[in-house]
Design a protein around this ligand. Sequence first.
Ligand code: UDP
Length: 239
Amino acid sequence: MEIEPKYRRVLLKLSGEALMGEGMFGIDPSALKFFANEVFELHKLGVQIGIVIGGGNIFRGLQSAAKGIDKVSGDYMGMLATVINCLAFQCALEELGIETRLQTAITMTSVAEPYIRRKAIRHLEKGRIVLFGGGTGLPNFTTDTTAVLRAIDIGADIIIKGTKVDGIFDSDPMKNPEAKLLKLLTYNEAIIHNLAIMDQTAFTLCRDHNIPIVVLNINKKGNLVRLIKGESVGSIVTN
Ligand code: UDP
């Protein structure tokens, strides 16, 4: 008997760096294919999926000063980078026969639809995966905050933040082999301990809107489906 999905509508956040795979910059076609397949498995369960992708594999506003570009222009470059990533991921999903729509917070109608909340929800209801590009459209924010804002707008049951580690740890597991995985924590714990998994604006928004965040290892095949089927995967932050 097929298990009912635990979550009906999800917002998946992928960092731009995830798309780099083993590389140091840009988009790795095999990483793209891998994540598209993971999302496809979720889609097959009937889960409605919105996706926000970062831009860190191409450009981050913070890098701009060093390059002689002012921070705000750098942020816009970062936001445009997210659109490049979304276009690539859209192609990878469509390769699998999934219907998708890309909506951007910065209007570019010859490339994508503008972000319109009601339209995004309608696409989801029709079984289309909606990619949200262009961040919030505003400098000085991140794509984590974008993910939370879009999750609130579309009424997502959960935000899934895909990372390269198994969840939230009490210290950086890449540097400290003794780091302990925290399976369950509150928003306030995440905020007070300044856990570097999401920025504080994003955590605060989640807390105020009571949307749970699951942080899981997106590089582990099947993790998304395991989560949706109700298994305990990664770390969960709730009230
Ligand atoms: N950015 C922005 N406003 C937004 C979202 C993103 O200015 O609403 C810029 C910011 O410079 C950021 C870059 O886009 O550094 C790429 O996004 P992010 O760093 O969140 O990507 P990720 O770390 O997830 O790859």
